[in-house]
Design a protein around this ligand. Structure first.
Ligand SMILES: Nc1ncnc2c1ncn2[C@@H]1O[C@H](COP(=O)(O)OP(=O)(O)OP(=O)(O)O)[C@@H](O)[C@H]1O
Ligand SMILES: [Mg+2]
Length: 261
């Protein structure tokens, strides 16, 4: 299948008062259309910074990338048209009503008022938000709030959906519902899903392929099974052990040389 995201040498250095911070040093990756990619890495590895670059919220300081053929730097509007993004922590005004939030999002994507109202109703049905449409955003539970964030990101039916830790803080039932929704988006709409998570069981269950970043570079990539075999020593290895071996914060397999980080 064709690549829908490709990045080469993507980098971002932040200038701070105490000197430069190389948040992302060199990220090369390819994501195929319709794939669920698990983007893993320790705290501070550069995951959110990479997502913010790929969704054009942040300019790279090095390298290049395209999303659905649109270049991040020369065609950011093209990238935004095909992307949905759910940030690590949402920034929605708690006083606004759920319906209003969804309709406003539609209007931002240039739907007419009546189209935006219709789309809000459709999204509310798909994400099980119909009974909550008249609530204030501030009165939603964590899981309901996450579903609203995702509904908003799906307003313009994006080809690529970026989810930054979408299930953090969700109860097991809400998490299972979200996994189901992500699979449905892929199966029924061919949506490509680029997701970060610290829950390795989630990455194992959901992702077709994993990319593990550490200190701003790609440390390993492959299917969950291939990574377990290569870094965990066997197919029975847990993804947790595999992850620790890749990031150098755990035992490397006995029959291979230490993993460079
Ligand atoms: N605006 C900024 N200015 C300075 N440094 C930043 C900025 N944003 C991020 N960083 C730094 O860049 C590094 C990568 O941050 P990033 O948020 O991308 O990590 P992450 O992999 O998403 O981590 P987590 O798993 O904790 O969410 C961190 O050291 C962070 O402190
Ligand atoms: Mg992050």
């Amino acid at each position: 299948m064709a690549a829908v995201i490709s990045a080469a040498g993507l980098a971002r250095t932040f200038r701070t008062k105490t000197g430069p911070v190389e948040a992302v040093r060199c990220v090369d990756l390819t994501v195929r259309e319709g794939e669920i990619l698990g983007f893993l890495g320790p705290n501070g590895a550069g995951k959110t910074t990479t997502l913010r670059m790929l969704t054009t919220l942040l300019k790279p300081t090095g390298g290049a990338a395209t999303v659905a053929g649109h270049d991040l730097v020369t065609d950011p509007a093209g990238v935004r048209r095909v992307c949905g993004y759910v940030a690590q922590s949402g920034g929605v005004d708690p006083q606004v009503g759920v319906r209003e939030e969804l309709v406003t999002q539609g209007r931002l994507y240039r739907l007419s008022r009546s189209e935006a109202v219709a789309r809000a109703g459709e999204l509310a049905r798909e994400l099980d938000l119909t009974d909550l449409l008249d609530r204030r955003v501030g009165a939603l539970s964590g899981g309901q709030r996450r579903r609203l964030d995702i509904a908003m990101a799906l307003t313009h039916r994006p080809r690529v959906l970026f989810l930054d830790e979408p299930t953090t803080g969700l109860d097991p039932g809400s998490r299972a519902d979200l996994w189901e929704l992500i699979r449905q988006l892929r199966d029924e709409h061919g949506t490509t899903v680029f997701l970060t998570t610290h829950y390795l069981d989630e990455a194992d269950a959901l992702a077709d392929r994993l990319v593990i970043v550490d200190r701003g570079v790609v440390a390993a990539e492959g299917t969950p099974s291939a990574l377990k075999l290569e870094y965990g020593g066997s197919l029975d290895a847990t993804l947790q052990d595999t992850f620790l071996a890749v990031t150098g914060r755990g035992p490397a397999p006995a029959d291979s040389s230490p993993v460079a980080v």
